[in-house]
Design a protein around this ligand. Sequence first.
Ligand code: SF4
Length: 445
Amino acid sequence: MQPGAETSQAAADFLRYLAPMALGQPFEARFVLEGIAADRCIDLHFRDLADKRPFSIRITPRREGRRFLATAGRMDLSLVIEGDAGQEVVAFVRKTAALLRQRTEGVSDAALEDCFRSAQAPLLRKVGRVPREKMIDLRIGHVCNANCKFCTDRLTPEALPKAPLATLTRELERVRAAGFEGVTLTGLEPTLRTDLPELIGIARGLGFAEIHLISNGGRLADIGYMEAVKAAGLTVLILSIHAATAEVEDAITGRPGLFAKKRQVLENVQRLFGDRATQDARGTFFRTNSVIVQQNLPSLPALVALLEQFQSSLIVLCYPWIKGKAARDFAGLVPDYAAVAEALAPMRSRILDSRSVISLANLPPCVLRGLPVGTTQYKNLVRAEAVPVVVEGGEPEVTLPSKMDESLGHPPVCDGCVMRGSCAGVSSLYLQHYGTLGLRTLTPA
Ligand code: SF4
């Protein structure tokens, strides 16, 4: 199957209706289409480079008698923006409507309806039913059975105090009451809590529409355990896996035998989650996270091939956060951006395809020129968005990139770069070790 071929033709058509706009490319040197999502309607997420403000254009099938900012024949467009919309943004929405009207002129009603209907599944797979700002991380793990070279959580593998189930339940109740609709269970290795299925059941009972779990897979090799976790109400399982061979994986994770268990997890997932079409149909998804380090650079294409074979619905390749062990052991672990670009080159066209399941995270957008930028939903190259995290007994804390790496900044090469407002910048340790190797100023298309 060609990359992205499982994405509906209708969804692909919708992106074509927007041409010459394209994901990640500044339009009129000002408005960048950062993402496209669909759930009953189609949302185009833009950023205005003039003032860095995000806004969305929501497109719905035409409904007579309802008033919208603009119409494009058989579609209505509304503007979603915080605060007052400037005249230029309003004019841009009208221009988008005109573009859509023109581009869909010869398209039949049936094809357009199909587009709205069919666009949902593959996009849901990538973005979930819950908008990012309604998702929150809950750190539930107190210990880990691996010792990953890049770990940002711990320098040593000793256990932390274990949060009682009652405390975590209160936190779930609190954030649910605060309006969060999805939760990611994370922190060290969450499956080492014996009460994990119970906690997932509690989250489901509280009405969370999305319950995600990030795991190194050790315990999930037991299919009975995976079944219990899934039956409790899990909607997205995210496996951390960094290599396609035992030799490299076990060296990176510091736990001999862990690759064999992850391989078993992949087999289990095929049986319990099914292929991508089944995942779409059921609304329960299998995804993967892989950290890019010097040790796995040459074998990244093999890793992606393995994860595609096992039907990961979103393959995220993530440059390490320079924190914890990744900061301590930088020289022997963290690759330079030019080496990363070279390693990704064989997959470049697939990464560039907005419909493919391969996504990048935590890389400045200039590293691989032409890649869409600015969104964690599609082709996340810059995690500039805030991630809310549950803080025990307090208000949800917003973790900005600067909190993951307080040294992020923009060297002089960034002056005049069109992506500067969306780009989280570069770690000072990177600049210290590699200078500006692999960075280049991006200019308007
Ligand atoms: S702002 Fe700097 S690091 Fe970010 S994309 Fe532009 S040149 Fe690269």
